[in-house]
Design a protein around this ligand. Structure first.
Ligand code: UDP
Length: 472
């Protein structure tokens, strides 16, 4: 009859899908990947997250409640060989490193877990039905091939950025934007190849946000691209939001109390992501701009090993004293989701990392855009020119990670102030922008609800994996 008798193991895999999730060691990747794991589990998929001890606690504890309530999520915790790769004890994420030049060693240390992951897969019966991994983790491509498991990749970018990269690559212009060393170019080539061999790509975005780009990307991916975001919206409760990504440097109570004491849409929230280490001279420009805005503000102060220097300026140059009645300084990790979802927030000054940008969109907040490097500049274009919910501070220069000192001041306080004012001022233009942001926020929330576009895409992704086994 041509109908193949399925082995017991394949039959099990069909009945209960099991995804092995492998995140990349930086907050911008870990955070949305953990969210993705939760969403998959909510859709009935069993999920195992490959992690290392510090990261399990740091990024994984947000899942405690979900796991207790019975969602099928577990961790495969492996030891990261710090010593062997010259990493300080306990450094498992890019932002934990004392010096970003150790980033490559961290990457190698993470990649060295391949063998243990493969031993785990070997022991499993049935085998995992899918490997979902950070695009950069090229070894997962080998592992997937070895065990003939479909692999889905996640690089945390939206469809607009994917299409920008695609068009640049086709036009052979990408070298202009990627003038790195030969190693970097070789890696980019390998990355492209590994991505093209993947079963598909999962995207943290939603269809209604960028329909044209989503359609175009879907087409080049032959329908194996799934917009399932905004991922951050899988956390509904303040108690969860407050612990996303790290232990927050401010308590939920203190943060909410301060925000509650402010008028609606009056506060500027300024946070420049998890890994950028902006120079104190540049941070001072930002501080002065926030001060001259005359608005209440939250400023997340972090400058890596130079934090002390900026702290000193804040305290000794009178800034803290002058702004104490209207400023909340968060020194360290901010509970970003909690802040953004509060009605008092009127603008988000962001570095345009895609997680942050999409979190701003989900909260319906207009943005002041200040990209630093890589695809953050594409994200700015999407926010400012396509969606028209952001105002650019006008930065023209890329400040690569690790080159902050060399770059010095790239944006002047006056330019920052002007952009902030354009977003916060009363008037038709800013009202229209605010309305567009609010409408997108509403759409974002609808997209992940049952029946919404992202919800349906998640169902499609799961079905696509299931079909891999049904047709075998
Ligand atoms: N984040 C946070 N608190 C902070 C800094 C960052 O919760 O103090 C979170 C933020 O909500 C986002 C992620 O860290 O989910 C940063 O990712 P993004 O893509 O915005 O930027 P990256 O840090 O990768 O440059």
């Amino acid at each position: 009859s041509g109908v193949k008798v399925k082995s017991e193991s394949v039959k099990n895999a069909i009945e209960k899908l099991h995804f092995l999730v492998v995140p990349l060691g930086s907050p911008g990747h870990y955070i949305p990947t953990i969210d993705l794991a939760k969403l998959l589990a909510q859709h009935g998929v069993k999920v195992t997250i490959v992690t290392t001890p510090v990261n399990t606690i740091r990024f994984g504890s947000i899942l405690d409640q979900a796991i207790q309530s019975g969602l099928p999520i577990s961790f495969l915790e492996l030891q990261l060989p710090y010593m062997k790769f010259g990493l300080p004890e306990g450094c498992e994420s890019l932002d934990d490193l004392p010096d970003l030049s150790l980033g490559h060693d961290l990457f190698l240390a993470q990649s060295s877990l391949q063998q243990e992951v493969e031993q785990y897969i070997e022991r499993l019966n049935p085998r995992p039905s899918c490997i979902l991994s950070g695009t950069f983790l090229l070894w997962t491509c080998e592992t997937a091939k070895k065990f003939q498991i479909p692999r889905i990749v996640f690089d945390g970018m939206n469809c607009f950025t994917q299409m920008c990269n695609h068009v640049l690559y086709l036009s052979k212009l990408s070298f202009l934007f990627n003038s790195g060393s030969k190693d970097v170019k070789d890696f980019s080539e390998k990355l492209r190849k590994s991505e093209s061999e993947a079963f598909g790509v999962v995207i943290n975005s939603f269809y209604e946000l960028e329909p044209k780009y989503a359609d175009a990307y879907q087409k080049i991916k032959k329908d194996k691209a799934w917009c399932v975001g905004p991922l951050s919206l899988c956390h509904k409760y303040a108690a969860e939001k407050v612990q996303r990504g790290n232990r927050s440097s401010i308590s939920e109570n203190e943060c909410i109390k301060w925000l509650d004491s402010q008028e609606n849409e009056s506060v500027i929230y300024a946070c420049l992501g998890s890994i950028s280490r902006i120079e104190p001279v540049q941070l001072i420009e930002l501080a002065l701009a926030l001060e001259s805005s005359k608005k209440p503000f939250i400023w997340v102060v972090r400058a890596g090993h130079k934090t002390e220097k900026i702290e000193k300026w804040i305290d000794e140059e009178g800034f803290a004293e002058r702004t104490k009645d209207r400023a909340l300084l968060i020194r360290g990790w901010a509970p970003q989701l909690l802040v953004l979802s509060h009605p008092a927030v009127g603008a988000f000054l962001t570095h345009c990392g895609w997680n942050s940008a999409l979190e701003g969109i989900s909260a319906g907040v207009p943005m002041v855009t200040w990209p630093q490097f890589q695809e953050q500049f594409y994200n700015e274009k999407l926010l400012v020119q396509v969606l028209r919910i952001g105002v650019s501070v006008g930065v023209q220069k890329v400040v690569h990670l690790g080159e902050e000192e060399k770059s010095g001041v790239v944006v002047k306080s006056e330019d920052l102030r002007k952009a902030i004012e354009m977003v916060m001022v009363d008037g038709k233009e800013s009202e229209d922008r605010r309305k567009r942001a609010r409408d997108l926020g509403k759409m974002a929330n609808e997209a992940i609800e049952e029946g919404g576009s992202s919800y349906r895409n998640m169902t499609r992704l799961i079905q696509d994996i299931r079909n891999q086994y049904n047709t075998n």
